[in-house]
Design a protein around this ligand. Structure first.
Ligand code: SF4
Ligand code: FES
Length: 248
């Protein structure tokens, strides 16, 4: 395949960025999207030009770092996959592909396509944990009975990889889907009850402090989420927040 790439280039957080055109050839359908960018970068390096900076780590849909806006969609045109799992067979010879970083005030651009998602870390640090003493006295996993549906829903919420596609898809740049997944995975389990009120208040407050927008129920986040995190988690987080607020 021969392709035209229009890629966001930005020197650093303070500089103004712009779209730059690149021609690329010899791309196979079996290549992943990141491998296609590797080919581009090898070509740029061989010409003495600066390679395009983009985030990646696991390249198998686990770490959530490969956050690219491809033709206006977080993680590109496929569903339930990350950018590293996207294959070039989804594109056609002669296509023009627009590649940008995820856009949100709370996700400032570091360089080119790399963004700073540490706002998510700070939300997680605010309450996304349980206090359990695991030093030498771990209990048997089956000692506390857990309802099967709750266990399944908790596990589903826990599959959130913190990629930020939900924020990038939302017209308000809301982080409600991410935060609600992190709240839900504990709210559904007995182990999460001890700090439930403090957790939801602290995580929602941190989410607001980071400058994410509010949820207006468009559902774009759920559609673009590579892990299929359900909007039901947002409803659960709202209930948890209300409960905690009444409790005071
Ligand atoms: S909820 Fe989905 S889109 Fe949002 S950070 Fe988690 S995995 Fe990514
Ligand atoms: S590089 Fe880890 S999810 Fe894509």
């Amino acid at each position: 395949m021969n392709l035209t790439l229009k890629i966001w280039r930005q020197k650093d957080a303070k500089s103004q960025g712009k779209m730059v055109d690149y021609q690329i050839s010899g791309i196979e359908g079996d290549m992943s999207f990141l491998e296609m960018l590797d080919v581009l970068n090898e070509d740029l390096i061989s010409k003495g030009e600066e390679p395009v900076v983009f985030d990646h780590d696991c390249r198998e849909g686990i770490c959530g770092s490969c956050s690219l806006q491809i033709n206006g969609e977080p993680h590109g045109p496929d569903r339930l996959i990350t950018t590293c799992q996207l294959h070039m067979r989804k594109f056609n010879d002669g296509d023009t592909i627009y590649i940008e970083p995820f856009r949100a005030k709370a996700f400032p651009v570091v360089k080119d396509l790399m963004i700073d998602r540490s706002a998510f870390d700070r939300i997680q640090h605010a309450g996304g944990y349980i206090s359990v003493n695991t030093s030498g006295n771990t209990m048997d996993a089956n000692a506390i009975p857990v309802n099967k549906h709750d266990a399944d829903d908790s596990f589903a919420a826990a599959t959130c990889i913190g990629c930020g596609a939900c924020v990038a898809a939302c017209k308000n740049a809301s982080a409600m889907l991410f935060t609600s997944a992190k709240v839900s995975q504990f709210a559904l389990l007995p182990q999460g009850q001890v700090e439930a009120s403090e957790r939801v208040m602290a995580m929602v407050n941190q989410m607001d402090a980071e400058g994410f927008g509010n949820c207006t129920n468009t559902g774009a986040c759920e559609i673009e989420c590579p892990k299929g995190i359900s909007l039901e988690n947002i409803a659960r987080m709202n209930r948890e927040y209300l409960k905690a607020s009444v409790k005071g």
